[in-house]
Design a protein around this ligand. Structure first.
Ligand code: ATP
Length: 254
């Protein structure tokens, strides 16, 4: 049986009197690629913050790699990339390689220097995201899409089993979004890294993801991609709150 990496059991959360999450049950297992979709304000980022331990649930339990979140110590097993990562201006004084190596700080220690092996790991991570030729470039000189690839490399350098991303393509121009997702697909299929991806790009991502979870305060659907595709657009629209018409790729292109 596959290991369960994330296990949310009956999770609930409120901001003041406002219920944001209600009775969330979700399991992400090793090697799976989950798309977490839902309209604006549906609680996606809040759920991610709870999974990362940044917010405590008011109800229910979250377990990571089989351990309750309070006792889970192997943080390096989880890489996180947010939508706000790609915000450096052109004068930011750090090279791409330095940014990626900063992902090893937890392992190496804050005031210790990096070894040659750390540097090799950082370059390997840059190769995986096809950014090794930019290793000496200034991070601020790269496009938003290139910066996000570097942040994926920083998340990968600790060799995580699970990558969590909250709308990582915000700020990436449309022509680079498809190649960004195809890189995520390689990470999942070739490197076996499980992915939990929050996105609004439902047509693109649900072609790639193995599983889909539809959230609007509670989970309205969660399951394998083909079951999601077989759902009626009207059912999806009813919980989404506005009409949703999905574009299905022709079978031979999938
Ligand atoms: N710090 C906060 N204090 C009070 N309410 C908040 C706070 N953060 C978020 N909310 C509210 O909680 C609800 C869920 O927000 P959340 O950011 O989780 O949604 P989301 O699905 O990620 O939205 P989006 O797709 O627009 O990013 C929203 O109604 C939001 O206004």
């Amino acid at each position: 049986m596959k290991n369960i990496l994330i296990d949310c059991e009956n999770v609930g959360f409120h901001y003041g009197h406002s219920t944001v999450l209600e009775d969330i049950n979700l399991q992400v297992k090793a090697g799976e690629f989950w798309a977490l979709i839902g309209p604006n304000g549906s609680g996606k980022s809040t759920l991610i913050k709870i999974i990362l331990g940044l917010l405590a649930p008011d109800e229910g339990v979250v377990k990571l790699f089989g351990k309750s979140i309070g006792t889970f110590k192997q943080r390096e097993r989880i890489g996180f990339v947010s939508q706000k990562s790609n915000s450096f201006n052109s004068g930011f004084p750090a090279t791409v390689l330095e940014v990626v190596k900063s992902g090893l700080t937890r392992k190496v220690g804050l005031f210790k220097s990096f070894s040659k092996q750390d540097e090799r790991h950082a370059l390997d991570a840059l190769k995986i995201v096809k950014m090794d030729e930019f290793s000496n470039s200034n991070i601020g000189e790269l496009s938003g899409g290139q910066q996000q690839r570097v942040f994926i490399a920083r998340a990968l350098v600790g060799e995580p089993d699970l990558l969590i991303m909250d709308e990582p393509t915000v700020g990436i121009d449309q022509k680079n979004v498809a190649s960004f997702y195809s890189m995520l697909n390689d990470l999942n299929r070739e490197h076996g890294i499980a992915i939990l991806l929050v996105t609004h790009e439902i047509d693109l991502v649900t072609e790639l993801a193995s599983h889909v979870a539809c959230l609007n305060r509670s989970i309205h659907f969660h399951g394998i991609q083909s079951d999601y595709k077989n759902m009626d657009d009207d059912d999806i629209s009813s919980w989404y709150g506005h009409p949703v018409r999905r574009v299905h790729a022709p079978k031979e292109e999938v």
